[in-house]
Design a protein around this ligand. Structure first.
Ligand SMILES: NC(=O)c1ccc[n+]([C@@H]2O[C@H](COP(=O)([O-])OP(=O)(O)OC[C@H]3O[C@@H](n4cnc5c(N)ncnc54)[C@H](OP(=O)(O)O)[C@@H]3O)[C@@H](O)[C@H]2O)c1
Length: 242
């Protein structure tokens, strides 16, 4: 079950957090995985070393040529997990143009560019898996993350659009929407006990999820076993959206 032997996968933003665990799961199930980060080669290489059967690639998704730069290292791939994102916490009336465009560039434009780059091979081979990582904020936006939430909703719309167009080629396109998942991104915020208690009170299950909760679902979507699911939006949020 979930045998990915012979498949090549790129997981964006896999130098830490959810992406790291997704890359680890895909590798453990036989895929050759490209571990990606934007910050430093050292960090990405360290993550790839921990995973094994993995190749590091460091490219800033803010870069307009990010698709070309990634493709130069990965070549064609069968599985694309679009996990990296940028998020600014700020009141809606304080968001700057730079912050707006950075979130749009990384969370939407780069996602589209990478799909444009990698889908032709998947179409040719009549097999492909594309998974985007969205957020519970598609449905339940946080007041201090207006643009971030909007980019995740837009990315979901792209998934629905492409799922229909790519299904005839054996390519599935799905979105997973995490709620609160304990990762380096929110470690500081959740270390504040008062804030953490407030957040947990909004989660029916009463606790934050872990990266494995997302990785297990993404593994299913990337496998042969997940072949009949497409255009789905799957919440992994302990009921937070309800
Ligand atoms: N954690 C949560 O509670 C939560 C909730 C809802 C949705 N999500 C979504 O889940 C995904 C993963 O979240 P996470 O918490 O695991 O994030 P994280 O710990 O902040 O990790 C983010 C990853 O994205 C990469 N990245 C960020 N900006 C980049 C850029 N400009 N170019 C290339 N890579 C970049 C980072 O690489 P470097 O550091 O190497 O640059 C890192 O590997 C994101 O899409 C996030 O929006 C998370």
């Amino acid at each position: 079950m979930f045998d990915l032997t012979g498949k090549k996968a790129l997981v964006t933003g896999s130098s830490q957090g959810i992406g790291f665990t997704v890359a680890k799961y895909l590798s453990e199930h036989g895929a050759k995985v490209f571990v990606h980060g934007g910050m430093s080669c050292e960090k990405t290489c360290g993550a790839a070393e921990k995973i094994g059967n993995a190749v590091p690639v460091t490219v800033d998704l803010f870069d307009g040529a990010c698709d070309e730069k990634l493709y130069a290292v990965t070549g064609d791939i069968d599985i694309l997990v679009l996990n990296a994102s940028v998020q600014y916490r700020k009141a809606w009336d304080e968001i700057t143009d730079e912050e707006f465009y950075k979130q749009i560039d990384v969370n939407i434009r780069a996602s589209l560019k990478l799909i444009q780059k990698y889908a032709p091979h998947m179409k040719e081979h009549r097999w492909g898996r594309i998974v985007t990582v969205g957020s519970v904020q598609q449905q339940k936006p946080h007041k201090d993350m207006l643009v971030y939430a909007a980019t995740k909703a837009a990315q979901l719309n792209m998934v629905i659009n492409l799922a229909k167009q790519l299904a005839p080629f054996g390519i599935t396109v799905n979105n997973v929407a995490p709620g609160v998942i304990a990762t380096p991104r929110n470690a500081d915020a959740l270390a504040d006990k008062e804030y953490a208690a407030k957040v947990m009170s909004g989660i029916p299950m009463g606790y934050a999820g872990e990266a494995v909760d997302c990785a297990a679902q993404i593994l299913l979507l990337c496998s042969d076993e997940g072949r009949y699911m497409t255009g789905e939006d799957i919440y992994i949020d302990g009921g937070m959206k309800l």
